[in-house]
Design a protein around this ligand. Structure first.
Ligand code: NDP
Length: 307
């Protein structure tokens, strides 16, 4: 299918390399002051995909000069034991960020665990203090994937003010925080979900489309207005032509006919998620600098402005 003459591929690998370089430079500056930001990554069980994610996070941390601390717990770890570890990490002034790899085994209450992380160390941005702060328009630690999408959008579109953004998907980790960040950037935001009616017609009104659904190639050119900027968060493994491959929620080849800029899958949003985890660790470290050394960061501590 013929594409728009000026369609631009949004290169998430290159963008993430720029973010990581910024983080590395800032980490070096902090180390000059005798501070090395540290990220604690907690993995419960031996889910193969989670193990790969954790390994990649640790590698990226090392590349940027962030100290990583890995805690690998057996799948039958009691919830109380995990909560006790988080409590210790909350109280440890040497630890700036805490990430608990999801999903957790079924016997552990995921929400209770996420709420146990001190908000100022919550580098995933999932604690209700940070969720609430984002929805109030305060600058707080925000979830990594939508934060990465915002950076890609700013790079691709420049000014976002006044643009109509359609977010497809309303999960707590992608869709809802994405909508909140776009609203904060003065976009007009429409959120679509599985109960929305006539999705293609609503989507065709969008200057910006962010797809976070988990349905392979759901969105094709007929959903897009000419010149739309498309951010495809979806990662779906399918079998095609006798081989297994990763595709997004957007039918990439079809969308090229209408979009002015689009992220590929893989190589679009994915690399940005990890880059923003590093950025959040750095931001968390900066926020905590004012706290006296060894002081426990209260769980209900309000997140000050990050600007
Ligand atoms: P969830 O399954 O939690 O949420 C999916 C959302 O899509 C829900 O809000 C659901 O609606 C909506 N939905 C489902 N089917 C349809 C449909 N046919 N039409 C419209 N809306 C629909 O997924 P996540 O948000 O966690 O992830 C979404 C995708 O992004 C997945 O492919 C995931 O792998 C990927 N992902 C990629 C990341 C990255 O780093 N690139 C990070 C995180 C996720 P309802 O609420 O009504 O059920």
């Amino acid at each position: 299918m013929s594409s728009q003459p000026s369609v631009k591929l949004i290169d998430g690998k290159a963008a993430s390399a720029r973010v990581l370089a910024e983080v590395r430079a800032e980490v070096q500056a902090l180390r000059g002051d005798g501070i090395q930001p540290a990220l604690a990554v907690v993995l419960v069980g031996s889910d193969p995909a989670s193990q790969v994610y954790v390994r990649n996070k640790v590698l990226r941390a090392e590349e940027t000069g962030i100290r990583s601390l890995e805690f690998k717990l057996p799948a039958d770890t009691a919830e109380a034991e995990l909560l006790a570890l988080i409590e210790r990490l909350n109280a440890d002034a040497e630890v700036n960020g805490i990430l608990v790899q999801l999903p957790l085994p079924a016997h552990i209450d995921e929400n209770r665990v996420l709420q146990a992380i001190a908000p100022l160390k919550d580098v995933d941005g999932f604690h209700s203090e940070n969720v609430g702060g984002l929805s109030q328009g305060r600058e707080v630690l925000t979830p990594c994937t939508p934060s990465g999408c915002m950076r890609l959008l700013r790079d691709a579109c420049g000014e976002l003010r006044g643009k109509h953004a359609v977010v497809i998907g309303r999960s707590n980790i992608v869709g809802k925080p994405m909508a909140a960040l776009l609203l904060q950037a003065d976009c007009t935001v429409t959120v679509l979900h599985s109960r929305s009616r006539d999705l293609p017609a609503l989507c065709r009104q969008a200057d910006i489309v962010v797809a976070a659904v988990g349905k392979p190639r759901l969105i094709d050119a007929s959903w897009l207005k000419p010149g739309a900027v498309v951010i495809d968060v979806g990662i779906n493994r399918i079998d095609e032509d006798g081989r297994s491959k990763l595709v997004g929620d957007v039918d990439f080849d079809s969308a090229l006919a209408q979009a002015s800029a689009i992220t590929p899958v893989p190589g679009g949003v994915g690399p940005m998620t990890i880059a923003y985890l590093m950025k959040n660790t750095l931001v968390a470290a900066r926020l905590q600098r004012q706290a006296p050394r060894g002081a426990r960061i209260p769980e209900d501590a309000a997140c000050p402005s990050l600007s």
